[in-house]
Design a protein around this ligand. Structure first.
Ligand SMILES: [Cu+2]
Length: 151
């Protein structure tokens, strides 16, 4: 996605703050060589539109330090998902058998790459975990939560 479009989305999000009927927000999350996300908690209103931009700001090669951002359904088991993901290198660490647990996911990113996802926040309030599914990254804490509140 281009910088211009990112700026547009950010401005559009700002302009819509306070208007719950058209609530939308864009959150930029960085992933780094220390296997951490820069944002670990995102608050969102049920049914609103959420854009997450993931930027890999590290410099290690993708094969050793790739990052993605996978948003899971509330009912998913993040630890089990991460474990299955680690055994799925052919699909960039997305376990085919658990695709139905995914709300949205970015591509697996190498250094200095970025990707974004836009999706409708679930209507059911609660905590929705997001994680990086690269092997071992979830275990060392490359995860966060989207806290969904009622409209
Ligand atoms: Cu990662």
């Amino acid at each position: 996605m281009t910088l211009t479009k990112n700026l547009f989305l950010a401005l559009a999000g700002l302009a819509l703050i306070g208007s719950s009927a058209f609530a939308a927000q864009t959150v930029v999350v960085e992933g780094n060589d220390q296997m951490k996300f820069s944002v670990n908690r995102i608050e969102a209103v049920a049914g609103s539109e959420l854009t997450i931009v993931l930027k890999n700001v590290g410099s290690m090669p993708k094969a050793a330090m790739g990052h993605n951002l996978v948003v899971l359904h509330k009912s998913a088991n993040p630890a089990a998902f991460a474990q299955a993901a680690a055994a799925s290198p052919a699909t960039e660490y997305i376990p085919a058998a658990m695709k139905d647990q995914i709300l949205a996911t970015t591509k697996m990113l190498g250094p200095k790459e970025e990707d974004s996802i836009t999706f409708t926040v679930p209507s059911e309030p609660g905590e929705y975990v997001y994680l990086c599914s690269f092997p071992a990254h979830y275990i060392v804490g490359m995860k966060g939560v989207i806290v969904v509140t009622a409209e």
